[in-house]
Design a protein. Structure first.
Length: 106
């Protein structure tokens, strides 16, 4: 199906997509996604790797999970987070390659 043949985006899908992109657009949340890549990590590991507190990290991870970008699982007393699926991993990789500083320069 070409772009011309695609169905219009429903108002509900437009809101969901915009909300997810807004969540990903926060600088710390973007660093979280780039840090995770295709791996999973705990709140503490991500806090150390990004230089923030565990409390702050938990709040940002909740935002990403609530927007269905991340999934979590509990093991003993630790929460592990990862990017929800391969399609989101590909989107994040594409956004990094297109929007990194070197590609935004004239």
């Amino acid at each position: 199906m070409t772009e011309e043949e695609q169905e219009p985006v429903s108002p509900e899908d437009a809101v969901l997509t915009a909300d997810a992109l807004k969540a990903m657009g926060h600088p710390l949340r973007w660093r979280i996604l780039c840090t995770l890549g295709d791996k999973e990590a705990t709140v503490g590991e991500l806090a150390r790797q990004t230089g923030t507190t565990q409390s702050n990290m938990s709040q940002h991870l909740d935002q990403l999970r609530n927007k269905r970008i991340l999934v979590s699982r509990k093991e003993a007393n630790r929460m592990y987070y990862r990017v929800r699926n391969e399609a989101l991993l590909e989107l994040i990789a594409s956004m990094r390659s297109v929007l990194c500083e070197t590609n935004l320069q004239d």
